[in-house]
Design a protein around this ligand. Structure first.
Ligand code: AMP
Ligand code: MG
Length: 353
């Protein structure tokens, strides 16, 4: 299969040729095919969420285990009522506050949602993305797009269309290229089937933001911890995700000690014939001696780090870096999501210096 790429942005959305592409994308989905599309979080790999064959194709294209459920993306409120058994008050409040946006709600599924889409579960994860291209595509495709991130399972989620192409060329019909995504990390997932709503995956919408709207919110204890004996409640979180090819170590401590430690380790790795990459920040980039040093952004504005993190991990793969050191980030606000992804990418390997 040849994978076509089409440029489509908020700016050119109303042009006739772009409207034709949207229609083509919608027709592909309705015929059971797959289309990758931009959202504000990461690129999604979309299929018809109500068609079990489409969901099977998504798992096959990604090489994703079929017990790892997909998120259904909708473009209007009424669509939610169609695919869940009921809408608890707290779900309504959260959707009002954060949709369209980077928040996924887990609710009891209605019968029409196939178990292929939910990885065999009786619950379904739903989100309305805050991206004009995504919303127009969902509308054109019938309103229910099952979409995990558009990467090969186990690789960093794509924040640019070229990375979708790298992973999925020849496996899907079309990629809608909307440029670099805005947030860069996957949505926050909240389970509303529990008495106390629970965060299953941290993201841009933080615990504090949720609590302002619905009161107490719990956090799945497995999120920041390697050796919990409990299984994570979002099936996807149990898999080794976001793994770069090089061996990644997170180094935590004062700036001076971190720089010193990473420079020492760089020297050792070089002597052993290995290539070294460092994930730094704007202020510390000039201090490192490794041959490849990349700034993830401004430590004072961690959203900038969230946006560039996956791109950097992928670039290290392309550059065949053997050993990667990363600075550590805060665990408040978006920092929690950054650290959750980095810890997974590092197999929870942290050096405290
Ligand atoms: P992705 O879209 O690739 O980020 O993956 C979707 C994430 O949502 C995975 O971690 C899934 O395990 C999680 N997820 C989807 N549906 C459910 C559900 N019904 N209950 C719990 N987690 C879910
Ligand atoms: Mg994913």
């Amino acid at each position: 299969m040849e994978t076509k790429i089409a440029n489509i942005t908020e700016e050119n959305l109303t042009e006739e040729s772009v409207q034709e592409i949207l229609k083509e994308a919608g027709d592909i989905i309705k015929a059971g095919g797959l289309v990758a599309f931009p959202t504000e979080t990461v690129y999604g790999l979309g299929g018809d969420g109500l068609n079990p064959d489409s969901s099977r194709k998504i798992y096959a294209a990604k090489g994703r285990p079929s017990d790892n459920p997909l998120i259904i993306h909708i473009c209007k409120w009424e669509a939610l009522e169609e695919i869940v058994e009921d809408i608890p008050k707290k779900a309504e409040l959260l959707a009002q506050a954060f949709w369209p946006g980077p928040l996924t709600l887990v609710l009891k599924k209605a019968d029409k949602v196939p178990k292929e889409t939910t990885g065999g579960l009786d619950t379904v994860a739903i989100r309305m993305p805050d991206d004009k291209v995504a919303l127009a595509f969902i509308e054109a495709a019938g309103g229910y797009i099952a979409a995990p991130s558009a990467n090969t399972s186990g690789r960093p989620s794509p924040t640019l269309a070229k990375y979708v192409y790298q992973d999925l060329q020849g496996k899907i019909e079309l990629i809608l290229d909307g440029g670099q995504v805005c947030i860069g990390l996957e949505s926050t997932i909240v389970d509303l089937t529990e008495e106390i709503p629970m965060i299953l995956r941290p993201g841009y919408v933080t615990k504090e933001m949720l609590e302002e709207v619905i009161g107490e919110v719990a956090c799945d204890k497995t999120l920041m911890n390697a050796d919990s004996s409990q299984a994570p409640k979002a099936p996807g979180m149990k898999y080794k995700h976001y793994a770069p090819k090089g061996q990644l170590t997170i180094v935590s401590g004062t700036e001076e000690k971190v720089v010193c430690y990473i420079n020492e380790q760089t020297k050792k790795a070089r002597e052993a014939g290995k290539t070294v990459g460092v994930i730094a920040t704007d202020a510390t980039k000039p201090l490192y001696q490794a041959s490849v040093v990349k700034s993830a952004g401004d430590r004072q504005q961690e959203e900038t780090v969230a946006k560039e993190l996956y791109r950097i991990l992928r670039e290290f793969d392309d550059e065949e870096i053997d050993v990667i050191f990363s600075e550590s980030f805060g665990t408040n606000g978006i920092g929690q999501a950054i650290m959750n992804r980095l810890l997974k990418a590092a197999g929870y390997h942290v050096e405290n210096v």
